[in-house]
Design a protein around this ligand. Structure first.
Ligand SMILES: *[C@@H]1O[C@H](CO)[C@@H](O)[C@H](O)[C@H]1NC(C)=O
Ligand SMILES: *[C@@H]1O[C@H](CO)[C@@H](O)[C@H](O)[C@H]1NC(C)=O
Ligand SMILES: *[C@@H]1O[C@H](CO)[C@@H](O)[C@H](O)[C@H]1NC(C)=O
Ligand SMILES: *[C@@H]1O[C@H](CO)[C@@H](O)[C@H](O)[C@H]1NC(C)=O
Length: 187
């Protein structure tokens, strides 16, 4: 009787263990995005002559630079704040669907690279809410992946990856980024 009981106890323990070890394998994640979107945003950098049109400005520079012109050495140390129009196609003059708002810092002296922290803020009939992005932006790469770390409104709890591509680059006054957003968590 005693032996039977302990056998049962062992059996119960084993089945409990097998459930708890089996559980994580059931969590295998699918790599297929639950939502994909493409947007463009347009950055007109203040250059001393375009205060009226500029959508971004250098707000911090190293001691050896200034806030009018991006510094040498791959702009290392410059901090730029932006409020850029977002469009559905690559035309600066298309009706904006939202604003890309945040900052980028140039954070390496010997390579042209930046670090981005910004939000897409939507207030259109199509989209309401925001998507939040952060990540390293190695500008010489044709495509760069940054993280979608969250969202609000239509994009509540969104998480995923955004692939950036420089779609136009005009003499450090204007650039346009194509942003392919793939969300892997949708609510
Ligand atoms: C501002 O933008 C308008 C419209 O694109 C353009 O005609 C004008 O030349 C720009 N002004 C400056 C100072 O860049
Ligand atoms: C800013 O720096 C640039 C490049 O070093 C220089 O040409 C320009 O005169 C400076 N502007 C101001 C306002 O100090
Ligand atoms: C969003 O758009 C509506 C309608 O145009 C406007 O009333 C509202 O103030 C806007 N909100 C923001 C945060 O821009
Ligand atoms: C940049 O490109 C290199 C080489 O193609 C690749 O290994 C790296 O993952 C890319 N970095 C990002 C952030 O996309």
């Amino acid at each position: 009787m005693e032996a039977k009981r302990s056998l049962l106890a062992i059996f119960l323990l084993l089945s409990f263990l097998s459930i708890s070890t089996a559980a994580p394998t059931r969590k295998t994640r699918t790599r297929k995005p639950c939502k994909s979107m493409v947007f463009y945003f347009h950055d007109i950098i203040y250059n001393g002559h375009n205060a009226k049109n500029a959508t971004s400005a250098i707000v911090g520079s190293p001691q050896w630079g200034n806030k009018t012109i991006l510094t040498g050495q791959n702009h290392f140390g410059d901090l730029v704040v932006f409020d850029d129009p977002i469009t559905l196609d690559n035309n600066l003059h298309s009706k904006p669907v939202g604003r890309a708002q945040g900052f980028y810092i140039y954070d390496k002296k010997d390579i042209f690279t930046a670090w981005l922290g910004f939000s897409f803020v939507f207030n259109s009939t199509q989209h309401k809410g925001s998507i939040n992005f952060v990540g390293a932006d190695p500008l010489m790469n044709k495509t760069r992946d940054i993280s979608v770390i969250g969202g609000t409104g239509d994009f509540f709890m969104a998480r995923g990856v955004a692939t950036l591509m420089t779609d136009a680059f005009e003499g450090e006054v204007y650039f346009r980024l194509r942003t392919d957003i793939n969300l892997y968590e949708c609510w």
